[in-house]
Design a protein around this ligand. Structure first.
Ligand SMILES: Cc1cc2nc3c(=O)[nH]c(=O)nc-3n(C[C@H](O)[C@H](O)[C@H](O)COP(=O)(O)OP(=O)(O)OC[C@H]3O[C@@H](n4cnc5c(N)ncnc54)[C@H](O)[C@@H]3O)c2cc1C
Length: 381
C-alpha cells in the first residue's frame, strides 16, 4: 500500500506496528514455534500498544479504530509472528468484536474493558467435532431453566481456549428450528461445568494454543445471551464475514514476510559465481510474489474501506480471504524454493511460514466455503 494513500493516523499505527514486529515479534517467533507456549509477553505488549482493543468502542476501553486500521495492524503482526496474529484475531476480531457489536450495555461494561486491556483473553467457540463448514449443524445444546441456559456439548479447534477468560459460544436451544434455534452466549471461562483440553500436534501457528471445550451442565445466566433468541446464527455470520478481512490481512503479512526473506536470501546467496538474485528463474518468482502480495493487499484495503464506509462488502470479504490465503500459500512455497535445502529446515523463517500459511485456507471458512459464498452472491444478483 502506497504510504501516501494512508491517513496520518493509519501511517502512524502501521509504522509503530512494523517496528514492533521487526524488533520484538520476529525475534521471538522461532522460539515460540518450537515450544508451542502461549506468547503472553507478545499479548501484553499488544495491550500496551493499545491495539488489543483497537476496534472496540472508546466507552468500553477500546480505541474506536477502523477496519482499515485493523487490517494494517493484523498484517504487521502476522509479518512478525503468524501465531500471535491468530491469537489477536480470535481475541479481537471474533470475540471482543462480537460483544462490541451485539452486546447490551451491561455485557459491554462487564466484558470489554478486560478484553481490551488483555486482562482476559477471548475465544470464539463455534466449531464442533460434527459441525465445521456446516455451522448450522451444531449440537451443543442450551436448555433454559431458572434464569440460566444449561449448556452441554463439545466444541473443538477453538483458538485461545486454554487461556480464555471469556468465550462467545454458539449453542442450539431448539434443533428442530435449524439455524433459528441457535443463540450466542457469553460464557465466563471459570464457570463450573467447563473442561478445556489443549489440542497438540498442529502443523503451524504452534504458539496459538487451540483447545477442545467440553460443557457439562454449565449454567450461563440468561442475561449473557448476545442479542435476542434465534438471531445468534445470523449475528455469527456477520461477525465472521467482517473477521475474514482480518484473516486476509494476516495472509498479506505472511506473503510479505516470505517475499522479504526471499529478497534478502537472493541478494546474499552465491551460486555459479554470482548472487542467486541474478538468475531469471529466481527473479520471476520474486516478481510474482511481489505482484500477488500487493494485489492481495489492495483487495484487503478496498474491502476494509467499504466496510468502514458502510458499503456492502460481504462478497468482497470472501474474495479477499480466498485470494489472499492462496497468495500466502504460494509465496511461502516460492520462498522455500528460493532457499533450497536451507528452506526445508527449522529454524529458517520460510520453513515456519510454509507451515503457518496452510491454515489460512481452512479456518474462518475454508476456500471451498468462500467460493460457495462468492458464487451464491453473484448468481442471486
Ligand atoms: C488452527 C485452527 C484454529 C481454529 N480456530 C477456531 C476458532 O477459534 N473457533 C472456531 O469456532 N473454529 C475454529 N477452527 C475451526 C475451523 O473454522 C474449521 O476447521 C473449518 O471451518 C472447517 O471445518 P471442518 O474442520 O469441520 O471441515 P469440514 O467442514 O468437515 O470440511 C472438510 C472439507 O470439505 C470441504 N467442504 C465442506 N463443505 C463443503 C461444501 N458445501 N462444498 C464444498 N466443499 C465443502 C471443506 O472445504 C474441507 O475441505 C479452527 C481450525 C484450525 C485448524
Amino acid at each position: 500500500m502506497n504510504d501516501q494513500l494512508l491517513t496520518e493516523e493509519e501511517l502512524l499505527i502501521r509504522n509503530t506496528m512494523r517496528d514492533y514486529a521487526d524488533n520484538n515479534l520476529s525475534e521471538r517467533a522461532a522460539r515460540y514455534d518450537e515450544t508451542g507456549e502461549f506468547p503472553w509477553d507478545n499479548v501484553s505488549e499488544l495491550a500496551d500498544l493499545g491495539v488489543l482493543g483497537l476496534t472496540i468502542d472508546e466507552d468500553f476501553g477500546g480505541s474506536g479504530g477502523t477496519t482499515r486500521q485493523l487490517a494494517l495492524v493484523s498484517e504487521e503482526i502476522a509479518r512478525g509472528c503468524v501465531a500471535t496474529s491468530v491469537i489477536y484475531i480470535a481475541h479481537l476480531s471474533l470475540t471482543s468484536q462480537y460483544i462490541n457489536t451485539f452486546g447490551d450495555e451491561y455485557q459491554k461494561q462487564k466484558y470489554l474493558p478486560d478484553l481490551a486491556t488483555g486482562k482476559k483473553i477471548g475465544a470464539f467457540a463455534l466449531t464442533e467435532p460434527g459441525a465445521g463448514s456446516d455451522a448450522a449443524a451444531i449440537q451443543t445444546s442450551s436448555v433454559r431453566a431458572n434464569g440460566h441456559y444449561v449448556i452441554n456439548g463439545t466444541k473443538t479447534y477453538i483458538s485461545n481456549a486454554p487461556e480464555a477468560g471469556v468465550m462467545v459460544t454458539l449453542a442450539t436451544r431448539d434443533k428442530s428450528e435449524g439455524y433459528k434455534g441457535i443463540d450466542a452466549l457469553i460464557v465466563d471461562g471459570d464457570l463450573d461445568g467447563i473442561e478445556v483440553n489443549q489440542l497438540h500436534g498442529k502443523m503451524g501457528v504452534r504458539a496459538s494454543t487451540v483447545g477442545e471445550i467440553v460443557f457439562n451442565n454449565c449454567h450461563v445466566p440468561v442475561h449473557n445471551r448476545l442479542g435476542e433468541e434465534s438471531v445468534g446464527f445470523r449475528q455469527t455470520m456477520e461477525v465472521l464475514n467482517a473477521s475474514r478481512i482480518s484473516i486476509a490481512a494476516q495472509c498479506v503479512g505472511i506473503a510479505q514476510a516470505a517475499l522479504e526473506e526471499s529478497v534478502q536470501y537472493a541478494r546474499t546467496r552465491e551460486v555459479f559465481g554470482g548472487p542467486l538474485g541474478d538468475l531469471q528463474a529466481i527473479q520471476w518468482m520474486i516478481a510474482d510474489m511481489a505482484t500477488e502480495t500487493e494485489a492481495a493487499r489492495q483487495l484487503v484495503m478496498s474491502v476494509a474501506s467499504k466496510r468502514d464506509a458502510g458499503v456492502p462488502f460481504l462478497t468482497e470479504a470472501s474474495m479477499a480471504k480466498l485470494f489472499a490465503s492462496r497468495v500466502a500459500m504460494q509465496a511461502a512455497h516460492n520462498a522455500v524454493q528460493i532457499h533450497g535445502g536451507a528452506g526445508y529446515f527449522a529454524p529458517t523463517k520460510v520453513e515456519r511460514l510454509f507451515r503457518d500459511a496452510r491454515v489460512t485456507e481452512i479456518y474462518e471458512g475454508t476456500s471451498e466455503v468462500q467460493r460457495m459464498l462468492i458464487a451464491r452472491n453473484i448468481l442471486k444478483q
